[in-house]
Write a protein that binds this ligand. Sequence first.
Ligand SMILES: C[S@@+](CC[C@H](N)C(=O)[O-])C[C@H]1O[C@@H](n2cnc3c(N)ncnc32)[C@H](O)[C@@H]1O
Length: 285
Amino acid sequence: MHPASANPNVVNPNVVNPNKALWEKGDFTEIAAFMRQSGESVVQSLGITPSLRVLDLGCGDGTTAIPLARLGAEVVGIDIARNLVEAGNRRAAEAGLTRLKFQEGDACNLEGVADKSFDLTISIFGAMFAPKPFDVAKEMVRVTKPGGRIVMGNWIPNDPTFVSQILKISSAFTPPPPEGFVSPMTWGVESNIIERFGQAGVPKENISMLKDTYYFASPDKSATQLTELLENFYGPTMNAVEAAQKNGKAGELHAQLVELGNAQNKSKDAGTLIPATFMRVTVSL
Ligand SMILES: C[S@@+](CC[C@H](N)C(=O)[O-])C[C@H]1O[C@@H](n2cnc3c(N)ncnc32)[C@H](O)[C@@H]1O
């Protein structure tokens, strides 16, 4: 056996990483445009001061990393999708934020990131999508300073609100995942959160979990437009659309998604205001 093939951390450029491919397939910026307001609210609730070093894991194009840096923190955004890292660095440059940098990396293995280097590690609907949740918890604990915090936002399985239902509808139209696949939604279950951080050495008394609400908002784009953006730019929904097209069910999928979006839209005008419940996890180290 070639020595490189025995080491799981050596990246072989010829092997497709399905987790990376999923997020590079679309353009999450199109969806994140609806998430900026709640991203800012989450950041405002964190008591950020300029002395803090913050890691934003699965940061996308900076929904939370940019407001964190605007409050003066030194921020590193890590994301598996190259296109989103590029978009993040463009947005940081446009905003003149010099203490913010985006780089490519995998939440399952933050090699190159030193132990105990961040006061706060935040991951809002990011690290939950990495395929090895126990490794993710271990890495988040490793890179956070003792006395620091980890804050995660995770979608909740079988929740009746928007994102959980989008993912549920999408998965009903997608072929079953490979054996051993751990659903990202398992990060929304308290016992899993306790077990994963427990294996990383965190006692359960140091973990707080509460349900919170995130809003998908736009002043001028409708819920139907958001649904169509999900179909065209959001990896998990794009995969469902592709699979549905192959067996003539794309119309059915589209109708279900549009119905969901409109049923959950609370906007009183032409725009969108869709609430979505998530699990807010705070780990004190
Ligand atoms: C739903 S988006 C959320 C992005 C951002 N946190 C936000 O709130 O706009 C999920 C993000 O997680 C990233 N991601 C998925 N798997 C990852 C992994 N293994 N390591 C790092 N980032 C990952 C995706 O590329 C994507 O940007």
